[in-house]
Design a protein around this ligand. Structure first.
Ligand SMILES: [Zn+2]
Length: 409
């Protein structure tokens, strides 16, 4: 594989509040080999003169649905699997070209899609899959209309975000099946949701015993459970049952946030999802039952960031966009920066998201031994985070030592 030596740029290290000058980075065999503030010698490497541009780790989005080609989740599930797979490839390419070199998929992507990226069949980000999201009858994985009583419609298809299971034994079995197929964590729907037709936001999903069963199965496999959650009550219950990754959390209150922080949980807010749905959801086919639910969670979103920050609950970057709304993925940076300092937002999309991918030290950081996932940005994201949403300002994108875009020289 080609080796590269990046010189003469600014270096962005997650957690730091200013860029560093004079740092050189050597990439060999798809990994970061050396990072030094002195000149690195390498006869074999191609020298890349950054001319003052910023070198930073590739971005990590810790909440996506790569198989979502359509906003309407029922229609998405009904697609022929062949078509859904090819459409997912296009969605994934869009993510990579926005600078996301790894994504954690929170429901839908079969592990085969992650393998397809590894094999080079899809020019997309590395995918950390959970397979299908587990949900109860009538819950957030149940996309059937009220009058539709057909069993588990389309749950086996590529375009389905989730599958239905009821009862402790069924939850265990479903978790085991997803893990056996290559899931890297287990996703459950433990609260009502916007995109599903029959579950109001306040509804709790699964019994405590079912949640604990999923947690036990995940932990037995050395993994964790991520849960779809909005209300304070649902979040509290999930933390009590051992859930580690708390998705959305729009309606969380201070006491629960503190308790979650003490338990070592990580939150993954996804604020742009509601901005996107509010702007274009209805036009893109979101059902009226779903449109009516958007505002309940959208307004509380920004407030939740402040509550979680004060409680010391770590927050990873998530976007959770569906179908035609994926184009807004990078807008999550600007939305968070209204409440949080830029360096914290950058940590959320690098080191913190890496933690949820269980790839700490491997991604989200440019240090010896890490995967060579990096961006070259024309500008300083710490001073103006919106630059990450400008395609023309992302001059280069590398994943695993391979350039997918290089307009540096
Ligand atoms: Zn989601």
């Amino acid at each position: 594989m080609t080796s590269y030596l990046f010189t003469n740029g600014k270096f962005l290290a997650p957690g730091e509040t200013a860029l560093r000058g004079g740092v050189e980075v050597l990439i060999e065999d798809g990994f970061v080999r050396e990072v030094s503030d002195r000149p690195i010698q390498s006869a074999a490497a191609i020298r890349i003169d950054l001319r003052g541009k910023t070198l930073m780790p590739g971005l990590v989005d810790a909440h996506v649905h790569v198989i979502s080609a359509m906003v309407n989740v029922a229609e998405n599930a009904a697609q022929p699997s062949s078509l859904a797979t090819l459409r997912a490839a296009r969605v994934m390419n869009g993510m990579l070209m926005r600078g996301f070199t790894t994504v954690r998929d929170l429901g839908g992507a079969e592990p085969g899609i992650a393998v397809a990226v590894e094999e080079g069949l899809i020019d997309g980000p590395r995918v950390i899959p959970c397979g299908k999201a587990l949900g109860q009858t009538g819950g957030h994985s149940d996309f059937r209309a009220r009058a539709d009583d057909r069993e588990g419609v389309f749950a086996h298809r590529v375009g389905s975000l989730g599958r239905i299971c009821d009862g402790v034994d069924a939850v265990r079995r479903a978790a085991r099946e997803e893990i056996k197929s290559g899931a890297r964590f287990v996703k459950i729907m433990a609260n009502g949701g916007v995109a599903s037709p029959n579950d109001p936001i306040h509804a709790l999903g699964f019994s405590r015993d079912e949640i604990r069963a999923a947690v036990e199965e995940a932990e037995n496999a050395g993994m964790y459970v991520a849960a779809h959650l909005y209300t304070d009550k649902a979040i509290r219950r999930a933390v009590e049952c051992g859930v580690h990754s708390l998705e959305h959390c729009n309606l969380i209150q201070a006491e629960t946030a503190e308790m979650a922080a003490k338990a070592g949980a990580v939150a993954c807010p996804t604020l742009v999802a509601y901005e996107g749905l509010a702007m274009e959801g209805a036009a893109l086919g979101l059902g009226p039952e779903s449109v009516a639910k958007i505002e309940t969670v959208r307004k509380a979103g920004l407030e939740s960031l402040d509550i979680m920050r004060r409680a010391g609950l770590p927050m990873a970057f998530g976007s959770d966009l569906l179908g035609g709304l994926h184009k807004y993925q990078s807008m999550e940076f600007e939305i968070r920066a209204r409440v949080l300092p830029a360096h914290e937002v950058l940590e959320s999309a690098t080191t913190l998201a890496a933690r949820l991918c269980m790839m700490e030290g491997e991604i989200g950081v440019l240090a010896p031994g890490a995967r060579a996932d990096l961006l070259v940005v024309d500008g300083d994201p710490l001073a103006d985070i919106a630059v990450l949403g400008r395609h023309d300002r992302i001059a280069a994108i590398m994943r695993d030592g391979r350039f997918f875009k290089n307009e540096v020289n």
